[in-house]
Write a protein that binds this ligand. Structure first.
Ligand SMILES: Nc1ncnc2c1ncn2[C@@H]1O[C@H](COP(=O)(O)OP(=O)(O)O)[C@@H](O)[C@H]1O
Ligand SMILES: [Mg+2]
Length: 410
């Protein structure tokens, strides 16, 4: 049996049930604020899943190389290896505010320390990667297919105007995400993501601090769910908000599964501002030709599960067509996964944000401006890093194509 914690406090118990399912039960008489998800309010009846665990418990389970690594390292003890085993291993260190321990255990995150600067300066020689996977795999309660780790560096918040703030002594959890890439499959993925995030930031969207290793071998991101006092905000991705399993992350539409679902859960005074941001992000994904903008790559954040929920900062932006020229969209728009025309984006913006045509045009124009500014930076980077030239040049061509189809001639 697994004990589930929210905000460092016990919330309920999760257990296997039936042949392949699970059941979750809140502890008696607990506060409504202990809810594990916006979608699962505190109640007397249990929350059951016929297969696997409920989406909120599955949300942070690694999917690719990291999952395989953990399976190899831990499967021996149990013979088989399922989501339940995975949660038991990485449960104490997770994105967002939920944590998992054994039924009788206390919660101790205690993520080992690792200097981010050291990672940024090290060469990509495989040794660093092996060292980090050995040390941090079991602290990396984070989803996704690309190899990545959670680690702790006291120098979080350094780039903000809070630079004189030292995290409180009691903080023990992860502060950063480090993303690597498979050289054979997706060369230069970190630099690709770095420049896509740069476009988003230049558009005025909220992006956590992102740093590219000197040799382009890794991308380091500040956690946007970390608070100054070392505690964590709530985070839920759109798989959870749509009550879908991780393997259903490519099913749904931008209109309903993202925009409409967002409105359903966004009970804040900033709904309109966030809706504009979300529309802008969807349009940006189209222009950058990111074919991986699926349900897990959008999220919402909140301080209080019963209070205001906002659109999460931007993450995981990549020009996928630099590797897969035929790639289409991850979700549908107007019933198709073909890249949209400018007219279609304009209509989407007007319908979903309620903005005037000229305001929507302004939002789309900002994307074109941001791409043109960032393209110049990509050119400069290519000069200094010839190993990025092949992918960089392809990215620039894809962005141009994206602008021509999805931003011009509305
Ligand atoms: N800066 C961040 N702060 C907090 N959570 C994040 C941040 N970036 C990503 N995440 C979470 O980690 C997950 C995996 O990261 P992501 O960049 O999407 O990796 P991948 O490229 O493997 O899909 C995301 O789905 C999201 O839940
Ligand atoms: Mg992702």
């Amino acid at each position: 049996m697994i004990k589930v914690w929210t905000d460092g406090t016990e919330a309920g118990l999760l257990d296997r049930s039936g042949e392949r399912g699970s059941t979750f039960l809140y502890l008696p008489e607990i506060d409504a604020a202990r809810a594990v998800s916006i979608t699962m309010p505190v109640r007397l009846a249990s929350w059951d899943a016929r297969f696997g665990v409920a989406p909120i418990f599955e949300m942070n389970l690694p999917e690719g190389a990291l999952r395989e690594r953990l399976r190899l390292a831990f499967a021996k003890a149990t013979g088989s290896f399922d989501d339940f085993d995975l949660i038991s291993i990485i449960g104490r260190s997770q994105m967002g505010r939920n944590r998992y321990t054994g039924q009788k255990e206390q919660l101790e995150e205690d993520v080992p320390f690792q200097s981010v600067d050291e990672i940024l300066a090290k060469r990509r020689d495989g040794e660093l990667f092996r060292y980090l996977i050995d040390k941090f795999a079991s602290f990396s309660g984070i989803s996704g297919v690309q190899p990545k780790f959670l680690l702790r560096d006291e120098r979080a918040f350094e780039s903000t105007n809070m630079s004189d703030v030292r995290l409180s002594q009691s903080y023990r959890g992860a502060t950063h995400i480090v993303k690597f890439w498979e050289a054979n499959e997706y060369p230069q993925l970190a630099a690709n993501e770095y420049f896509c995030l740069k476009v988003a930031q230049t558009c005025g969207l909220e992006v956590p601090r992102y740093q590219l290793a000197e040799d382009g071998g890794a991308l380091v991101l500040d956690r946007f769910d970390l608070r100054l006092d070392g505690s964590y905000r709530g985070f839920e991705d759109f798989c959870v908000l749509n009550a879908k399993r991780t393997d259903q992350k490519y099913s749904g539409s931008y209109e309903t599964s993202i925009l409409k679902r967002f409105e359903q859960f966004a009970n804040s005074t900033n709904v309109h501002e966030d809706l504009e941001g979300l529309f802008s992000l969807i349009a940006l994904n189209c222009v950058l030709r990111n074919g991986d903008a699926h349900l897990k790559n959008f999220g919402m954040v909140y301080d209080d599960v019963l209070g205001e929920a906002r659109l999460a900062p931007v993450y995981d932006l990549v020009t996928t067509t630099a590797y897969l020229p035929k790639d289409g969209m991850a979700l549908t728009l107007n019933g198709t996964t073909r890249w949209p025309t400018a007219k279609e984006l304009q209509r989407l913006g007007e319908t979903r944000t309620g903005d005037t045509p000229s305001r929507v045009r302004q939002i789309l124009e900002r994307i074109a401006d941001a791409i043109s500014i960032t393209s110049a930076e990509v050119h400069t980077y290519i000069k200094e890093h010839p190993e990025f030239a092949e992918i960089g040049v392809r990215m620039l061509a894809e962005w141009e194509r994206g602008i021509a189809l999805s931003l011009r001639n509305a």
